[in-house]
Design a protein. Structure first.
Length: 214
C-alpha cells in the first residue's frame, strides 16, 4: 500500500517557479503538489471543486491581495492549512500574514527540505515558521521604519513624481516587470496597499521630501 502524501496546492504568479518547486517537492516521500495556479482566482475556483490539505501561497500575487485571500480561505475552508512562501522578510508582512490565519511562513531562499518540513508540520496541526522568520519576529517592531536600499529609495522618489512603471523602467534602463516587482516590495515594506498610501507613508516616515524632482 502506498504511503499517503500530503495533497498540496501552490499559488504563485511565476509559472517557472511553480514548475520548479513542484518538481522538487514531489521528490519527497510525504508531500505531493497536485495543482499549481498563477492567479488567486484560479485557485478560488479550484477550491470550490476540491480542497487540498495544504495551500502554499505567495504574499504578492498580481491579480489580488494575498492577505485578503488568506483570510477568505481560513474562513471558508478552515481545514486547509496555509503556508506563505515568499521573498518578503519584513517584520510587518510576516506579522500580518500570521494574523490573517497563515499557519506557516517560509522564505523562498530556504531549502526545499525546510518547505517540506513546514508542510508536514502544519498538516499535523502545528504552526511553523522557519528559523530565519523566527529571527525576524524576535526583532519585532524594534526594527523601526522600513529600511530601503538605494534603488528602492530612487524608485520611490520617481513614484512620488507620478511616473508610471514603464516610465521609471525607461529612465533607469530596467525592465517594466523589474519595476513592478520593486513597487510591490515598496508596498510591502511600507505596509500600504496602493500608490496613494505609499506616497503618504513615504512623507510621514520622512523617507523622501518634497519637491520630488531629482
Amino acid at each position: 500500500m502506498n504511503k499517503y502524501r500530503i495533497d498540496t496546492y501552490i499559488v504563485d504568479d511565476h509559472a517557472m517557479f511553480n514548475e520548479g518547486l513542484t518538481d522538487a517537492v514531489n521528490r519527497s516521500e510525504t508531500v505531493r503538489i497536485s495543482h499549481s495556479f498563477t492567479t488567486l482566482e484560479q485557485c478560488r475556483s479550484a477550491l470550490a471543486e476540491r480542497c487540498p490539505d495544504v495551500l502554499l501561497l505567495d504574499v504578492s500575487v498580481a491579480d489580488g491581495d494575498s492577505l485578503d485571500f488568506c483570510k477568505w480561505v481560513t474562513a471558508t475552508y478552515p481545514k486547509v492549512r496555509i503556508v506563505a512562501v515568499t521573498i518578503h522578510d519584513e517584520y510587518h508582512v510576516v506579522r500580518r500574514m500570521l494574523e490573517a490565519g497563515t499557519h506557516g511562513y517560509v522564505l523562498k531562499s530556504a531549502p526545499v527540505s525546510q518547505l517540506v518540513e513546514a508542510i508536514e508540520q502544519v498538516w499535523k496541526g502545528h504552526p511553523y515558521v522557519s528559523p530565519e522568520v523566527k529571527a525576524i519576529l524576535s526583532r519585532g517592531s524594534a526594527q523601526g521604519s522600513a529600511r530601503l536600499t538605494n534603488t528602492e529609495q530612487l524608485i520611490l522618489r520617481l513614484i512620488c513624481q507620478g511616473l508610471t512603471n514603464p516610465a521609471i523602467a525607461s529612465r533607469l534602463h530596467l525592465g517594466t516587470e523589474t519595476i513592478n516587482w520593486y513597487r510591490k516590495r515598496l508596498l510591502a515594506k511600507l505596509d500600504v496597499k496602493n500608490t496613494a498610501q505609499l506616497v503618504s507613508r513615504a512623507l510621514e516616515e520622512k523617507i523622501v521630501y518634497p519637491p520630488f524632482e531629482s
